[in-house]
Design a protein around this ligand. Structure first.
Ligand code: NAD
Ligand code: UDP
Ligand code: UDP
Length: 317
């Protein structure tokens, strides 16, 4: 049942004051929908959604998804969870609770409302992958008791819950496995590599390369990612995922550091630091499914995405 008029839907975005959530909301508002943004502001900020408060189709609720939530909506995007290693490791017990209890509550809500629900899962479900690039069929190589496990295993358990609510109760689910995404509105102290390097270069501090810098990541610009999430939510009922959403062009961390220096015009030095525990050696999505099922592929190359991101950070650093 649609709770609003015409093609306009009432959509819940958890984690909506965060980096990805706030961009997703912008796009959904532009498409004419009503948005309920739920966030406990752990890593998200009011500044990310400041521009929306005067819009009558936007509503913010400060709430922790580990607690039950009784609202009326047509669709749910479940993004609530800190995504940066320094933040999800700050209170690892809370991180697992957010992933697992948060998923249970949002699935319970979707079950009562009989509405579609999308989970923001992650490439971290593949752990430190021994299959490269990673297709959705790969089960992963994950340490269950390490410092990253609260996030990796929390997200894996959330996927299990989504598929059991689907199989057991017939819930319509969509699971997106998001690979490293970057762009404007990442928190200044987010700690993830793209924002860290840009902030360091712009503020005259050395660029911190963890390990030898030979590890790889594939970076997706936020606009492409949001497009993929919406396509997945709007896909045929039979499409559950999991579907990888990310940019398949792979770079070493050293290459990213050099590119950041060149593009910011900075001349700060590089400093090598210890590699964090279980840091994946390589990561690149196989996006065949996203291309075939969603007709999606990323359009914004790293050079252009970095240009836009640097422009944003020049205003806030
Ligand atoms: P973010 O930290 O900017 O956003 C997460 C948001 O969730 C924040 O606003 C935070 O305050 C909120 N939150 C955290 N715990 C909560 C709780 N218990 N209750 C309510 N709100 C809570 O991170 P992001 O990059 O925007 O990531 C959004 C989602 O996408 C996360 O679920 C993350 O795991 C997933 N993801 C992101 C990436 C990426 O590269 N950005 C990659 C893989 C997966
Ligand atoms: N829940 C919620 N909002 C709702 C319905 C349920 O937050 O509108 C929560 C509720 O707290 C419950 C969880 O979702 O613990 C799982 O709900 P489900 O119906 O699957 O399980 P049950 O209530 O039977 O344990
Ligand atoms: N990294 C780095 N310097 C930094 C931050 C991160 O060298 O200041 C490295 C990190 O060790 C990892 C990669 O960059 O190999 C991506 O780290 P990020 O925290 O962005 O994401 P994730 O490890 O979750 O992919």
């Amino acid at each position: 049942m649609t709770r609003t008029y015409g093609s306009c839907k009432r959509i819940l975005v958890t984690g909506g004051a965060g980096f990805l959530g706030s961009h997703l909301i912008d796009r959904l508002i532009d498409a004419g929908h009503e948005i309920l943004c739920v966030d406990n502001l752990f890593t998200g900020t009011k500044r990310n959604i400041d521009h929306l408060h005067s819009n009558p189709r936007f509503e913010f609720l400060r709430h922790d998804v580990t607690l039950p939530l009784y609202v009326e909506v047509d669709e749910i995007y479940n993004l609530a969870c800190p995504a940066s290693p320094i933040h999800y490791q700050h209170d690892p017990i809370q991180t697992t609770k957010t992933s697992v209890h948060g998923a249970i509550n949002m699935l319970g809500l979707a079950k009562r409302l009989r509405c579609k629900i999308l989970q923001a899962s992650t490439s971290e479900v593949y752990g430190d992958p021994v299959v490269h690039p990673q297709p959705e069929e790969y089960w992963g190589h994950v340490n269950p008791i390490g410092t990253r496990s609260c996030y990796d295993e929390g997200k894996r358990c959330a996927e299990t819950l989504f598929f059991d609510y689907h199989r057991q109760l017939g819930l319509e689910i969509k699971v997106a496995r998001i690979f490293n995404t970057y762009g404007p509105r990442m928190h200044l102290a987010d700690g993830r590599v793209v924002s860290n390097f840009i902030v360091q270069a712009l503020s005259g501090r050395p660029i911190t390369i963890y390990g030898d810098g030979g590890q790889t990541r594939s970076f997706c610009y936020v606009d492409d990612l949001v497009d993929g999430l919406i396509r997945l939510m709007d896909s045929d009922t039979s499409v559950t995922g999991p579907i990888n959403i990310g940019n398949p062009t792979e770079f070493t961390i050293s290459e990213l550091a050099e590119r950041t220096l060149r593009m910011t015009g900075s001349s700060v030095p590089f400093v090598k630091m210890a590699l964090p525990q279980d840091d994946p050696r390589q990561r690149r999505p196989d996006i065949t499914k996203a291309m075939e099922i969603l007709g999606w592929e990323p359009k914004i190359e790293l050079e252009e995405g970095l240009r836009r991101t640097i422009e944003y950070f020049r205003q806030v650093v």
